[in-house]
Design a protein around this ligand. Structure first.
Ligand SMILES: [Fe+2]
Length: 438
């Protein structure tokens, strides 16, 4: 909800300043200012003050990313930067005079700062280090909740799809729409409860891709549910075969190949709504688009959501440690996926996935030109933001320092054990950094 209010305020502000800039009619400017006062009123009606910040190329309301705002208000982003404004604090009942000054400042038609104190500039902007805290904190909570949901099923509890829907809703509300946070969390969570962690990771990655592809909330929820349950057949059957460090026996392998059907029937037998698509996804997630894989779909193409899960499934499997093989870097995982473009994986979805993750997906550990090691936390359009986890002289930092990565040269990539860091605890210390009150 607050997203909508933030967006409508930005829209009204942009409209008013554009009209001033091109010296529109008095009535036109007047109408735009009236709309701006209205939008500010609604935005600041809640408890506390509303703080809009610009960090990098993104708008935040409080600490919440306003997704798409930077695309829609690209012009205003430049105006704000030109005026060196990185935050706007709106009090309840912001005055017309203050809002007019703000719009004129952005239009470049006046230097007058808002004087009545109801609109204040550069008062409490966010620092890059603040941004990772809240989304990840909430996502982590939802992560545990999802794990519990799966553990319940494996303990012989029956599968309740309403509980799964609730877990997925928590993800959506907790910031799973933001691809960087989802990817980061999914890439660094690795555990010996392989199937559970893998399932939650696949859910996060699938929803990030779904959101990136433009799915709405309802679709996203269905995608998330199916993704979380895609390996439920494995949870129900047997985790032991997976843990087996040696090669699978024929018998184990036959068992493993049955998990899609097993999963689909578990889901169809569950109570609650949303069975069909989730069952289809469980059944089809190992089917390739060239007709290979298992089970045989008789020439039918896998459902779009199954194709999303197939990509997320492979990405997470490759980047995670397994008893029978080491983990590989996120960048290597992308290369492996590309080898399967058009045969194992839907090439259009894969292109979107790579566009979303960038060349060095969140969670990547990179040695940069000055010898420091950074973990990427945001990678859309190339590595953009990260935290320094190891100094140039090899010291692992207790409190990771935020760093801008745009334009930085990458010398090499490391696996977590080569870097001597545990990405999970890096995330934790990021969350325990200082926070900004709204
Ligand atoms: Fe599977």
């Amino acid at each position: 909800m607050s997203d909508l209010l933030g967006m409508s305020f930005l829209r009204a502000l942009s409209n008013a300043s554009r009209r001033m800039e091109r010296d529109d009619s008095e009535a036109g400017i007047d109408d735009a200012l009236t709309a701006l006062v209205g939008a500010a009123d609604v935005l600041a009606a809640g408890p506390g003050e509303a703080i809009l910040s610009v960090v990098g190329d993104a708008f935040y309301l409080g600490r919440k990313l306003l997704a798409n705002a930077s695309t829609e208000f690209d012009g205003m982003l430049s105006d704000l930067k030109a005026q060196k404004i990185d935050s706007i604090t709106l009090s309840r009942g912001a005055t017309r005079s203050d809002l007019t000054d703000l719009a004129a400042l952005l239009a470049g038609t006046s230097d007058q700062l808002p004087a009545e104190g109801t609109v204040r500039l550069n008062e409490r902007g966010l620092r890059p280090s603040d941004l990772e805290i809240r989304p990840l904190h909430e996502l982590r909570r939802s992560y545990s909740f999802s794990l519990d949901t799966l553990r319940d099923v494996s303990r012989g509890g029956s599968l309740h799809l309403d509980g799964v829907a609730e877990a997925v809703d928590e993800f959506i509300d907790g910031g799973a729409a933001d691809p960087s946070s989802s990817m980061l969390l999914a890439t660094v969570q690795n555990h010996d409860e392989i199937t559970y962690y893998h399932s939650v990771n696949v859910c996060l990655l699938s929803m990030a891709l779904g959101r990136f592809a433009g799915l709405g909330r309802e679709q996203l929820r269905m995608l998330g549910m199916g993704a979380l349950l895609h390996d439920v057949g494995r949870v129900v059957v047997d985790e032991a075969a997976l843990r087996n460090p040696g090669r699978l026996s024929n018998e184990d392998w036959a068992q493993v190949r049955l998990h899609p059907q097993e999963g689909a029937s578990t889901i169809l037998a569950a109570s609650g709504t949303g069975q069909e698509i989730a069952a289809i996804m469980a059944l089809e997630h190992h089917a390739r688009i060239d007709g290979g894989g298992y089970p045989d779909l008789g020439g039918r193409a896998p459902h779009l959501f199954s194709r999303v899960v197939a990509i997320a499934d492979a990405y997470d499997a490759i980047t995670s440690f397994r008893p029978y093989r080491p983990a590989r870097t996120p960048n290597e995982a992308l290369r492996v996926l590309l080898e399967g473009a058009g045969t194992a994986f839907d090439p259009d979805l894969l292109r979107l996935f790579i566009q979303m993750t960038g060349e060095y997906p969140p969670g990547s550990l990179l040695v940069i030109s000055d010898g420091r090691v950074v973990m990427v936390t945001d990678s859309s359009d190339g590595p953009r933001r990260g935290v320094v986890v190891r100094s140039a002289d090899g010291e692992v930092l207790g409190r990771p320092e935020p760093v801008e990565l745009t334009g930085i040269e990458v010398l090499s990539q490391l696996m977590a054990d080569e870097a001597g860091v545990d990405p999970g605890s890096v995330l934790e210390s990021m969350e325990h950094g200082e926070s900004v009150e709204r």
